[in-house]
Ligand binder design. Structure first.
Ligand code: DP6
Length: 347
């Protein structure tokens, strides 16, 4: 017989960015980060995990219809072996449980958005993989405990196991056992928050984040200052802004941290550029809107790619999303969902 579990996991977009590892195997970060989990109505990974004694001996992973080489993906193997070990300990404690840990796994995963376009696909992908296998194995671990495993798939994935406002604490221990994600506030705490995802380019990004952050760690002088001094202060300040639902504060910290992160990329050697002319037009437009209105109604942030995410409050939907779409937007076809708009490709 076949045992099966299906789940979805959301995308998260950091407002304090994770950039830099102190341990590249365990994906231990040099700084804490904080993200907002986006609605699964717009962006999500859907994953089914199944296992059966009748499956061919090797575990398999199929992503968006394409078989993946999991034997060469250390990260996927790390996640699966951690999950298997947890299942095995359940089976060792209770002989009546089916021995799922001994069966080959079959994992089928699908994104409803472009993979590797700087849209946090690895975050939703590994979070969904971990959640699906944990469900298949009936693991009792909390999302926080599972975040230790998802982190090993992709650092940012540890923040996609929870909704709302999620902090990933850098931790101090060498084994990473205290480098975990935790909810700072549920989505319902600030239900007016909105995110507009502007897909400037859905093409695969130039420098993958894993590689880009290593270049930054090894070559940027700004990097250590950001990690040691700037981010700890911003983590405190943005958690207070979230607690107080202070949008102008939340927005300023978000925009400044995106800019500081991209400054460390430019300060890397050779320099790394993720933002393009459309990205910069979006930055200028957000500042223009805020200035014209006389209060901060919108915040931009950019990950390791040119796509913009713009945060705003629901009451300013017309003003922010309306203006951004009217000025920057052209082609919104094919991208459904209240938080998701596609712009004409420029690159
Ligand atoms: C710019 O989580 O993709 O989006 O741990 O190497 O898989 P790996 O990196 P990844 O990096 C995300 C970087 C970022 C910032 C963030 O999400 O915090």
């Amino acid at each position: 017989s076949v045992h099966r579990a299906t789940t979805t996991a959301p995308v998260n977009i950091a407002v304090i960015k994770y950039w830099g590892k102190r341990d590249t195997t365990l994906n231990l970060p040099t700084n804490s980060s904080l993200s907002v989990t986006l609605s699964q109505r717009s962006l999500r990974t859907l994953t089914t995990a199944s296992c059966s004694a009748n499956y061919p001996a090797e575990d398999t992973l199929n992503l968006n219809g394409k078989p993946q080489e999991i034997q060469s993906s250390k990260r996927t193997l790390a996640c699966l072996s951690n999950l298997r070990a947890l299942r095995k300990s359940l089976e060792d404690a209770d002989a009546s449980l089916p021995k799922l840990s001994a069966m080959p796994l079959r994992i089928v995963s699908e994104n409803n958005f472009p993979t590797a376009a700087g849209l946090a696909s690895s975050a939703a992908g590994f979070a969904a993989l971990v959640r699906a296998v944990a469900d298949l194995y009936s693991l009792p671990q909390s999302p926080k405990e599972l975040s230790r495993i998802a982190r090993q798939g992709s650092g940012s994935a540890c923040r996609s196991l929870m909704g709302g406002y999620v902090a990933w604490r850098t931790g101090e221990l060498a084994d990473g056992s205290d480098s975990l994600a935790e909810e700072v506030a549920p989505a319902a705490h600030w239900p007016e928050m909105r995110a507009l995802v502007l897909v400037v380019s859905a093409e695969k990004k130039d420098v993958p984040s894993t590689e880009g952050m290593q270049t930054t760690v090894n070559t940027s002088e700004l990097f250590a200052h950001r990690a040691k001094t700037v981010v700890p202060e911003r983590m405190n300040a943005i958690e207070a802004a979230i607690r107080d639902r202070d949008f102008p504060k939340f927005a300023e910290i978000t925009m400044r941290d995106s800019n500081t992160f991209h400054a460390t990329c430019l300060d890397s050697w050779p320099p790394i550029f993720y933002m393009n002319d459309v990205s910069r037009a979006a930055v200028r437009l957000v500042h223009d809107i805020n200035q014209a209105v006389g209060r901060t109604v919108a915040a931009y942030t950019f990950d390791a790619g040119p796509n913009a995410v713009i945060y705003y409050e629901e009451k300013d939907e017309e003003l922010v999303a309306g203006t951004v779409k009217a000025i920057l937007g052209a082609d919104t076809t094919g991208w459904e969902g209240p938080f998701y708009e596609k712009l004409a490709n420029v690159s």
